[in-house]
Design a protein around this ligand. Sequence first.
Ligand code: FUB
Length: 327
Amino acid sequence: MADATKRNEPIVKHMYTADPSAHVFEGKIYIYPSHDLDNNNVINDNGDQYDMEDYHVLSMEDEGAPCVDHGEALHVRDVPWASKQMWAPDAAFKNNTYYLFFPARDKEGIFRIGVATSASPSGPFKAEENYIPGSFSIDPAVFVDDDGKSYMYFGGLWGGQLEKWQTGTFLPEETGPTGNEPALGPRVAELSDDMLSFKNAPQEISIVDGDGKPLTAGDEDRRYFEGPWVHKHNGYYYLSYSTGSTHKLVYAISKNPMGPYVYQGVILTPVIGWTTHHSIIQFKDKWYLFYHDSSLSGGIDNKRSVKFTELKYNPDGTIQTIDPYNN
Ligand code: FUB
């Protein structure tokens, strides 16, 4: 009999997992994480240490039930366009099909976003022949709205290459804005009805402060870095993301899925390890934050473990800040 899955502890310990995208499918919690390898790669700002090759799908019947590993769901060798680095994925259900969205480097070393399909939420998934045309960078998060429209949010700085796409073309030497220049925002694109392509070219999302001023590149406590996630609560779209270099999960809200989004505050204070990456779901009558840290590996950045905890709203719709080691 497998152990019960406890809050604030790794949901599995037999392998390293990261970047959890959680969803409620078929009445259960399914988690789509990255699968960190137990290697000793050199750690650098380009993210070369995150050298992942495959995805495993995890599920829990309920909070406190054992977490099941459904085995390998997709391997880079079975993705015709990809060469390496299967980073943070997400999943969606539509058209009686489960879709796995994932970034990887193409054969030229450029991050693109691909899609794979399955009849089951646990896979295995079959990859499309090519990446999504017009896709770039990393960290896809797909939000299916109440009206059936689906949006992909994506993008990450540094190793995620978002800076290199400012002109709409990949420019390898391009660097990002600095200081008081507006920060780069995540990108959003509405997905086609078959979920396999973008309806239009991706747009940049503007994240502004309470006075309507765009957050600046130098505002590292609040500006977008990577790992977007969108959920809806009381008619507002909540865009949450990682601040990267300041290691926080923060959020901004909007009445429109395309933004602009107004910055609100911190969801999760820094975890052990450099990266912080998350998802938010409602399951039964509670909201949950899925996140990762590197505590199981003793703090090694690229050996992370998925955890979860309860997320609570204040009556005014703001989110209560969570301390990962005291909640
Ligand atoms: O797991 C590789 C990368 O690290 C992800 O794509 C980022 O969000 C960060 O968690």
